[in-house]
Design a binder for this molecule. Structure first.
Ligand code: PLP
Length: 394
């Protein structure tokens, strides 16, 4: 199918025609474009070396080595040991595994503490263990979108077994004080998990410096393929197997490995980690183009997420405007942004994240998320700002 195919043909509606090649993609928090090097690295494992890594014959040797190399590459990128990296199908599985795997790993399991603005992969896993009578406490973030160590101190008890706080919020971009939260958890004898799905491959991560016990990541958020991710499990931390079956992933996550996906993930992560500072600088300058244009436009707006945000993620509230209408108007202009997290973008309700930070209804309903990525160019940032001004200024 041609890149130049018109979007209107896909849906057979009469919407304004935008050529796919001219589309400005600014929803990188939902998913990212596959890096060409990752794609190239994946192809041999789909075409030629399709052997099952668990088999004893020599045709399995190459896939087995590819798995080991990918595990080592990923471990190096986050300063972990290869045996601490467990391949999964993505962020959702990694989050489910930790929350449920910790609760079910110990018959005397105690309580979980999390935050009320986690991704649904964590929140719904917590709801599932609550159904089985494992207590869960939910911390509220500040209005700017941060979980403070003192908030954790006020709810954590010696009964807490696991604390789970996301590294950066996917709607606001706010980066949490993970090291400090981790220290509070450990001081109370609890283990610490962070959902780092929005952060891995975008900001330098050192699991030893952070002190976390578990960390979730997803390849498609850092220019890798969809349907693959990993869970970091610090050596010595007990967790129940996620899937029972074969002996893959050190006996903790059964299932024939997705070698091409795993190789693509490791390649994409290495590419991004090798140029993490350059990417961050580029994204900060793109952000500034949009913010400066909005500031000088005279439009009523504010930015959410406080002082410490992910590079390129901008949550903007236009009080009195309709975020969904903004999204659709920009879509017709060939610009792809979001109103909230990808999973919620079909709903018109205020997202649980914006509720958690107590944004008033008028601002919350007029909130959109622009999330830029390494392939965005300055002229695209200009066009996004112009489009927002045009749509929100009338
Ligand atoms: N956690 C966060 C913070 C996310 O943003 C997402 C996806 O949007 C997920 C988890 C789920 O990841 P995946 O799409 O790989 O299942």
């Amino acid at each position: 199918m041609s890149q130049e195919r018109k979007i209107s043909q896909t849906f057979s509606t009469s919407i304004e025609v935008v050529s796919l090649s001219k589309y400005i993609y600014a929803d990188n928090a939902a998913t990212t474009k596959l890096d060409d090097k990752a794609l190239e690295a994946m192809l041999p494992w789909l075409r030629e070396y399709y052997g099952n890594a668990s088999q004893p014959y020599s045709f399995a040797r190459e896939p087995k080595k590819a798995l080991a190399d990918a595990r080592a590459t990923i471990a190096t990128c986050i300063n972990a040991e290869p045996e601490e990296i467990f391949f999964t199908s993505g962020g959702t599985e990694s989050d489910n595994w930790v929350i449920k795997g910790r609760a079910f790993s110990d018959s005397s399991y105690r309580a979980t503490v999390t935050s009320s603005f986690e991704h649904h992969a964590v929140l719904r896993s917590c709801a599932a263990i609550e159904q089985l009578r494992y207590p869960v406490a939910y911390m509220l973030p500040t209005n700017a979108g941060y979980i403070l160590p003192e908030t954790l101190r006020s709810v954590i008890t010696n009964q807490t077994g696991l604390v789970s706080v996301m590294y950066a919020n996917n709607e606001l971009g706010s980066i949490q004080p993970i090291r400090k939260l981790c220290d509070v958890a450990h001081a109370h004898g609890a283990l610490f998990h962070t959902d780092a799905v929005q952060v891995v491959g975008h900001v330098k991560i050192d699991v030893r410096d952070l002190g976390v016990d578990f960390l979730s990541a997803s390849a498609h958020k850092f220019n890798g393929p969809k349907g693959v991710g990993f869970l970091y499990v610090r050596k010595g931390c007990r967790i129940l197997p996620y899937a029972d079956g074969g002996a893959q992933e050190f006996g903790l996550r059964a299932g024939t490995e997705n070698i091409a996906g795993i190789v693509g993930m490791a390649t994409a992560l290495k590419v991004n980690c090798d140029q993490i500072k350059e990417n961050e600088d580029q994204l900060r300058s793109l952000e500034q183009i949009i913010i400066k244009r909005l500031d000088t436009s005279g439009i009523l707006y504010f930015r959410n997420g406080g002082e410490h945000t992910l590079p390129g993620l901008i949550s903007l509230s236009f009080p009195g405007k309709d975020g969904e209408a903004i999204l659709h108007r920009l879509d017709l202009m060939g610009i792809c942004i979001s109103t909230g997290s990808a999973c919620d973008s079909k709903k018109t309700e205020i997202s649980h994240v914006l509720r958690a930070i107590r944004l008033d209804n008028s601002a919350a309903l007029g909130t959109v998320r622009v999330s830029l990525g390494k392939y965005n160019m300055p002229e695209e940032a200009e066009k996004i700002a112009e489009a927002l001004i045009k749509v929100c200024g009338c």
